[in-house]
Design a protein around this ligand. Structure first.
Ligand SMILES: [Zn+2]
Length: 54
């Protein structure tokens, strides 16, 4: 199943959701911390190394 990474624009929390494409279309993604719907999806490529601490 694909993994989707989101960043909350309200509280800056980054979180990951695992769901199917159809689930993603149906669901309203909200921040797990502040429940804000103001989230942006982060597209990550397979070869990206996640070493950022910013
Ligand atoms: Zn938030």
């Amino acid at each position: 199943m694909p993994t989707y990474e989101y960043t909350c624009t309200a509280c800056k929390k980054k979180f990951t959701l695992i769901m199917t494409l159809s689930e993603r279309d149906k669901k309203r993604v909200s921040c797990p911390r502040c429940k804000s719907r103001k989230v942006t999806q982060r597209f990550t490529s397979v070869h990206t190394q996640t070493s950022s601490k910013s």
